[in-house]
Design a protein around this ligand. Structure first.
Ligand code: APR
Length: 322
């Protein structure tokens, strides 16, 4: 049987880590970057790890999108990290430009692919990717919730001294400090953590989950997290190419679900060969609903800001009248 073909754009920390895991799942990986030599070098290094782990990994590195033709899944991790002195707006518009360009170039060779977006600010970049690809919502999915819930599960397991395998966690909303971890639906061995941990402890680990990315940036100083993001991407890719119908929290384009229309927000979805096969709606309490609405409003603000910036730059670029 031919291997599923997965393109990973961006051969930086997240892209290379994801590529390693996806390759070890058995997919044929094409690693792409704008920097010459970088994807080729990393792909060669990853291929040379294969004999050690005893797997026939198939991976190539390239700067040419023609090599990505016929991909089943395209993972987008390319982008810039925030530099000192760079505003949030600046970063957003630069990454929007990068995401737009790599999505256009890659989908031109893979019209049926499923896009998994990783570049931050995530929810806004999903909008850019959907627009740039013209793909239906089923085939544009953002990676955030798997990572956020993995962080939550890590802290739950550490708190209770149990295996992470016995934990499950539920996180809704945008990828950022307004995300909404739901303790009521987060369990250890099927028991909600609200029965196992004090309200104060839950609040502390919920907060730590919300700041999970920032905590790592503060420690690393020169970059952001990549092992857990890479693993999270690989799980989503596995669910898609393996047609697993897994329920995972992902950024999905809502069309009325959860009372939200026309916005990417983190919700539980069913992932399979067709991409986002279903948005799973759950009942929320009034407090949870209010937190979800706040989070969706923060995403809306970001997306509106991006549209404003795009409009301003196209006006600036247009020739002066008269
Ligand atoms: N085309 C292709 N690759 C590009 C382009 C482009 N136009 N612009 C930048 N890149 C590549 C860079 O050359 C770099 O190798 O994207 C890669 C980004 O890698 P890192 O800087 O190591 O960033 P990383 O830690 O992998 O994070 C990537 O994922 O989690 C998010 O916030 C994170 O948005 C960031 C993204």
């Amino acid at each position: 049987m031919p291997r599923p073909r997965v393109t990973v754009i961006g051969a930086g920390n997240v892209g290379a880590t994801a590529a390693q895991r996806i390759g070890e799942l058995g997919a044929a990986v094409v690693l792409v970057d704008i920097v010459e030599g970088l994807p080729q070098g990393k792909a060669l290094d990853l291929a040379q790890a294969a004999p050690v782990v005893g797997q026939d990994v198939q991976i190539i590195g390239t700067n040419d999108y023609a090599d990505t033709a016929g991909s089943d899944v395209i993972v987008v991790t390319s982008g810039l990290a925030r530099q000192p002195g760079m505003s949030r707006d600046d970063l957003m518009s630069k990454n929007a430009g990068i995401v737009r360009s790599v999505v256009q170039q890659s989908v031109a060779h893979s019209q049926d692919a499923i896009l998994v977006i990783v570049t931050n600010p995530l929810d806004a970049m999903c909008h850019v990717a959907m627009e740039a690809s013209g793909f239906p919502r089923e085939r544009v999915i953002g990676m955030a919730g798997v990572l956020d819930s993995a962080r939550f599960r890590t802290f739950i397991a550490q708190e209770l001294g149990v295996s992470v395998a016995s934990t499950s966690a539920f996180v809704l909303g945008g990828h950022g400090d307004t995300m909404v971890p739901l303790p009521r639906y987060s369990t250890v061995g099927g028991v909600p953590i609200t029965e196992l941990l004090s309200a104060g402890t839950i609040e502390r680990i919920v907060d730590r989950t919300r700041n999970g990315g920032a905590e790592i940036v503060a420690l690393l100083k020169t970059g952001s997290a990549y092992y857990a993001p890479g693993a999270s991407v690989a799980q989503m890719v596995d669910a898609i190419v393996g047609n697993r119908q897994m329920i995972l929290p992902c950024a999905a384009y809502l069309q009325g679900e959860y009372g939200v229309d026309g916005l990417f927000v983190g919700v539980p979805v069913r992932l399979g060969r067709r991409g986002m096969e279903e948005v799973i709606e759950i009942e929320l309490t009034d407090d949870e609903r209010a937190a979800f609405d706040r989070s969706a409003a923060a995403v809306r603000e970001l997306v509106d800001r991006l549209a404003e910036m795009a409009a301003a730059s196209s006006t600036a670029a247009a020739p002066a009248a008269g």
